[in-house]
Each structure stands twice: as C-alpha cells, then as structure tokens.
Design a protein around this ligand. Sequence first.
Ligand SMILES: [Fe+2]
Length: 284
Amino acid sequence: MLKRRKNWIEIRKILHINHGLMFAGMVLPISPDRAGMTREEQMDKFEKFCGEYQKMLSEEKTIVGSVERGRQLVAELTSQPDWFCSYLERIISHEASAGIERAGIWSNEYTIYRSPDKSFIVLAYIWEAGQKDIIHDHNGWGVVGTLFGKMREKKYKRLDDGTKEGFCELQEESNEVLGPAETTFVLPLNNGLHVMDNAADEIAVSINVYRKLIDRNYIQSFDPAEKKVTRLFPGRTLRELLAVKALAEMDPSQTREILQKALGPSKPPFLKKEYEEVLQKLRA
Ligand SMILES: [Fe+2]
C-alpha cells in the first residue's frame, strides 16, 4: 500500500515537471471554418479520436506515458470543436447517448462515449458563466481539455494523512486558466485533488476523458476552510443509500427480510457496511 502511494507521488512529480513544456507543445491552432463538413464527417472525427485513445491505452505501459499521449490526443480533439455541434444536435433531438448515459454526480455532465471494454469514458461538461465546481478526488486518472471558453483549474495537495474520518487539510498548489485546446490531468484519490470553474462570463465546455482504476462507487469532496471531507454519490447509489436509511426506521418484521434479500455479494463495501449496520440495529 505504502509502495503504491509512493508510486503515485513519483508519477505526480514527473507530470508536474513536464507541465510547462507540455502546455507549450500541446496548444494547437483552432481549425479553419469547417462548414463544408457533413454532420457524419464531423462525428467521424470524434470516433477517430476514440479509436486512437483506445490504441494509445493498449500501447502505453506507464501512467506517465498514457497521460502525456492522452493530453496530446485531447488537445487535438479540442482544437477542432465542430464535431461537438453534431453531438449537441443529437442531444436536443434526444438521439445521443442512448444506453450509455451514466447517472453521474454532476447535472451538467454528458456521457459522449464509453469504450466497449470499459477502459475509458469520454464526458463533456457544459459550464454556465461563472459556474463553480467543488474540490474533489477521482477514482482513476484522466485528461481534461477546454473545448471552448475559459476553464480555471486549481490543484490541491493533501497535508493530513487521511486517517481521521471526515477531516482534511489542503494546500493550494496551482491556479491556471485553460483556453481552447489547453489540457490538464488528474490522478487517483489524494494525488488528483482539484476544482474547476468557468473563468469567464460566457458558456464554456470541457472534455474529460477518464480511465477508472478504483471501484469505489463514490468520490470525496473537500472543504479546506471547514477542514471537512464528504462523500458524494452518483444518483442511483444515493437513492439506494437513502432507501436503506429509511427502511431502518420502519417495521423491523418487514424490513429485515427486505434488506437481507437485497444484500448480495456484489454490493460495494461501503453500501454493505450500511446494510449490515441497519440490520444490526434492527436485531437489537
Ligand atoms: Fe475532476
């Protein structure tokens, strides 16, 4: 465990050292007018990106290499935003994302693509003028690029060791504004704490490509002023959690059986713990 933690710290250092260089080399020019392209041709470009990303993941053996090449691919994709127009057309006609939309935590999140082997997911976030996120961690590594507008990212370092439940101490590490085709990255858990916000008075769009490494079913949000950590659940998980808590307050002769039946081996550990605590309470 300690060795794994050390590895992530090393990876973080290497990627931060390369930071300036990578930004300089990765800002690509915005494409010229592409009005001549059909909707299908525009979306072909996005599909080509997904194919190249998949190929990159199969070729790259290190996280550093994957993040670097991932940023190049995302910079290229976000340098030519016309494909997103075709995607939005499908959104407003309710054709896009059928069957792949995930019940995420954020209401401004759109699932554009989910790789068939589940190795990565491509999300878009549409940010209203001045919209702010909360400081959070991630269950994998990812690359984020601005498609249009201006996105601010602040990265944070965790100062405490995380052993005191619900407590945190954070220090701001960086504060950068990313214009179109500029990218950043996140790493898992405490090595990728960040917050993003729309830094301008106009709408902004970010494209986020994530490779999940940890099956946790929640992420954590951080409040450095209050020194508090809170779990954030996707909608479906939160509804299940609240239902279990409500069942705990009802007639035990009925709810015990309902909970025992639902508590299968596939439950994630934190939900299993919640079920078991409620069942314990009902037995008492
Ligand atoms: Fe994030």
